[in-house]
Design a protein around this ligand. Structure first.
Ligand code: ARG
Length: 268
């Protein structure tokens, strides 16, 4: 090799070494990221909601938030909560904008095409229909909702219940449950289909709203969602946290805590 060739080889080597260092550094930052982001739709007490603490600061709380905090803690990471519309969650997960979704989101075939699910952490009550107390006498079967405007959150299994079970009802689909509740309060719709625990919570915290005496089917269990194929390798740890929280009774403690705090839920 003449001197010039040596120089070129040395420069090339240096470039290769620099590049591979850069690649390593990037990979490390990803793997050892000190926080994990949780996507949710905080309009769903007792699962996820916002309340004002004693200093007037906005805080997230609920069963799903407690589970998210425990998942992060078990991984040795900080939890970063990202609040968005329910119907944007799976897409945001797909794009890697968030690491996991916990949003009272049921296991569902369509969703499993786009994301991976954990084991179940909560077995839901049957779905329930929230109505105005003054109109509750009109409803004793699903047929009584024929011709009525029935609200459900966009992208949820409750919207499917309106179309598939309350046949004859007109679906009022909105992205936010708090907006739906306002529509009901101001008579812009006649009823809202919600997960059972959520309907009971809104009935308890809003004078004049009650759960209709009409039976609907069971909801599917709630699961934690991660990106399809779990590229960040989170599911094993998430499932371990769910198993230990169920066994230790922690989940029941979170449910009790959420029930107490839910009365303080405010509109995000
Ligand atoms: N359980 C329903 C579903 O899986 C509704 C969940 C709505 N969640 C929320 N955080 N707003 O589609």
């Amino acid at each position: 090799m003449n001197n010039n060739t040596k120089k070129i080889v040395a420069l090339l080597l240096a470039a290769v070494i620099t590049l591979s260092f850069a690649a390593c550094a990037k990979k490390d930052a990803g793997e050892k990221s000190s926080s994990i982001s949780l996507g949710t739709s905080a309009d769903y007490p007792p699962f996820e909601f916002i309340y004002l603490d004693d200093n007037g600061g906005k805080q997230y709380a609920g069963i799903d938030i407690s589970l998210g905090q425990k998942i992060a803690e078990d991984m040795g990471k900080e939890l970063n909560i990202v609040n968005m519309n329910f119907d944007s969650l799976i897409a945001a997960l797909g794009k890697g904008e968030i690491d996991m979704v916990i949003a009272a989101m049921e296991i569902d075939e369509e969703r499993t095409d786009a994301a991976d699910a954990s084991e179940a952490y909560y077995t839901a009550l049957p779905d329930m229909i929230l109505v105005k107390e003054e109109n509750a006498g009109q409803y004793s079967s699903v047929d009584d909702f024929s011709g009525k405007s029935v609200g459900a959150q966009t992208g949820t299994t409750k919207a499917d219940v309106v179309t598939d079970v309350l046949t004859g009802a007109k679906l009022v689909g909105l992205t936010s449950v708090t907006d739906l509740v306002n529509e009901l309060v101001y008579d812009k719709c006649d009823a809202i289909v919600l997960d059972g625990a959520v309907a009971l919570q809104y009935a308890a915290s809003h004078d004049g709203l009650v759960v209709a005496d009409v039976e609907l089917g069971e909801a599917a269990p709630f699961v934690v969602w991660v990106q399809k194929g779990d590229p960040k390798g989170l599911l094993e740890s998430i499932n371990a946290t769910i198993a230990s929280a169920a066994e230790s009774g922690e989940i029941d403690k979170w449910i009790a805590e959420a029930d107490t705090l839910s009365d303080k839920a405010i509109e995000g």
